[in-house]
Design a protein around this ligand. Structure first.
Ligand code: FAD
Length: 465
């Protein structure tokens, strides 16, 4: 009987354990994608993610077709659709690769039990990370909350394994089950704000591998030096490809090694360590599933956040009057991505200078990032908010002026995304000289005063904690 491969965020053919295992049975294999965003609530994918998903599914369908298979698309309830497909095709087994978000792990456990009760074989695999969240624990057997010892343990356990080869052919059943047309999944935005995304990105496994190769050829050697500079192309920009599983970290390590780089030593080490942060984020989310909603450091529950829809909107729209913050927020809106250093800077600005709750920032990122990832976004926002695992202490307030001077010295990044400032000299931009441009707003807050107000507010919970 045929086997179903239930594809989720593992939209690739190489190093694809579920597909590989299904093929090793020797019978027909039916790849299936079921669109069920409500099952991920309250973190159903945001608009930019859905845009990516549309194009990634399109690319995958093409790759599958070249191997003789058809991608079956369905929507609705995952369990009902899997059962329907079993009935329609006579499938005897279902294969998938594991994910680690709380809503998804709960759903998958229910589905696994239900299908087994139906008499089916069900197999799930590790495919997304270097180590699964349960593979590492402290000496006391508890989960890690601090990155450095986590990463030491991960490296000691070993990071590298052999990636699985991509299949050269996929045997299809005599008549593949009916598929919804991709358009009916309704993944693209109705108001077409996505032209910036299309100009910046090309989703799919093939382009993920190309991007990796060009990063290894041109970027990884200078990563340590350039990674903090938003005005350069200093990082890999693999994050959305990794999120959708178009490429695996195992493949990345193998490609680095083949190019002569030692993953945990020398120029590639700081880059591989970031893949370690990605794993760590999943470890923290898996073991502390409340963190998307609540601070890991409970003391922060009592923090006196301000509320201001108007201030939030100015931050979202990149109209704060602080050039480096506005450039970053507009980069996000235009391209669906923001440089890591800038994510930290806009996070600090929102939670310190505006004293707005990190949740509001996390939600905005969730809807606008093409790499929106519950594990990394939660860790990043709790870090920025000062209330998470291994977080920036709340009393550390980024000075956006200095961030601009240090990391965008010629203001090239700022001018690219804030065209009103195209003619202003870099020095005036960084020093926030009044009247930078006629159509550019004055700073919405005084950086010094707002910093002090944030530290005073922090003192109130320090005393109570
Ligand atoms: P590179 O520097 O080339 O790093 C390689 C890979 O390592 C990345 O693709 C990513 O998968 C992983 N990685 C790098 N830094 C981190 C990190 N700090 N935490 C976890 N994984 C990391 N990353 C996301 O993938 N999705 C998010 O939703 C997300 N939200 C964030 C929110 C905030 C407030 C902050 C401070 C960071 C957030 N990050 C998030 C982490 C980081 O900013 C991005 O992963 C990185 O900018 C992606 O660019 P890159 O692929 O060029 O990274």
């Amino acid at each position: 009987p045929p086997a179903l491969v239930w594809l989720r965020r593992d939209l690739r053919l190489a190093d694809q354990p579920a597909l590989h295992a299904a093929l090793s049975r020797g019978g027909p294999v039916i790849p299936v994608y079921i669109h069920a965003p409500h099952e991920e609530a309250p973190w159903a994918p945001g608009a930019a993610s859905l845009w990516w998903l549309h194009h990634s599914l399109q690319a995958l369908a093409g790759e599958l077709e070249a191997l003789g298979a058809t991608l079956t698309l369905r929507r609705g309830s995952s369990l009902e659709q899997l059962r329907a497909l079993v009935r329609e095709t006579g499938a005897g087994a279902v294969y998938w690769n594991r994910l680690y978000e709380p809503a998804i792990t709960a759903r998958d456990a229910t589905i696994k039990a239900a299908l087994r009760e139906d008499g089916l074989e069900v197999h799930s695999f590790a495919a997304a990370l270097l180590h699964e969240p349960r593979e590492l624990a402290t000496g006391q057997g508890t989960p890690y909350r601090v990155f450095t010892p986590y990463w030491r343990a991960a490296c000691k356990r070993g990071l590298e394994r052999d990636p699985l080869p991509a299949p050269s052919r996929i045997p299809a059943p005599p008549s593949p089950p009916a598929s919804e047309p991709l358009e009916t999944l309704d993944l693209l935005p109705r108001i077409r704000w996505d032209s910036g995304l299309a100009a910046a990105w090309n989703p799919g496994e093939r382009t993920a591998l190309e991007r990796l190769q060009s990063f290894i050829d041109d970027g990884v050697g200078a990563y340590a030096e350039c990674r903090e500079r938003p005005d350069t192309d200093g990082t890999s920009r693999l994050s959305p490809h990794l999120h959708f599983g178009e490429i695996s970290p195992t493949q990345i390590l193998r490609a680095l090694r083949q190019a002569g780089y030692e993953p945990t030593d020398g120029p590639a080490e700081p880059f591989v360590r970031e893949l370690g942060w990605r794993d760590f984020a999943h470890h923290v989310l898996y073991h502390f599933p409340h963190t998307p909603e609540q601070p890991l450091n409970q003391r922060f529950e009592a923090f006196p956040w301000r509320e201001s829809a108007e201030d939030l909107e100015r931050w979202q729209q990149g109209r704060t009057g602080i050039p480096v913050i506005d450039a970053a927020m507009r980069q996000l809106w235009e391209t669906g991505w923001m440089h890591n250093r800038m994510r930290m800077a806009v996070g600090s600005f929102l939670t310190r200078n505006l004293r707005l709750n990190w949740h509001a920032g996390a939600r905005w990122f969730w809807d606008t990032l093409v790499d929106a990832d519950l594990a990394a976004n939660t860790l990043g926002w709790q870090w920025a908010g000062g209330c998470g695992a291994d977080a920036a202490p709340y009393f550390r307030v980024f000075n956006p002026q200095r961030q601009g001077e240090r990391f965008d010295p010629d203001a090239a990044y700022i001018r690219r995304f804030v065209p009103e400032l195209a003619r202003a000299p870099a020095r005036n931009i960084h020093q926030l000289r009044p009247g930078l441009a006629a159509d550019y707003p004055a700073p919405m807050v005084d950086l010094k005063q707002s910093r002090k107000a944030a530290l005073d507010a922090f003192a109130t919970i320090k005393q109570s904690g």
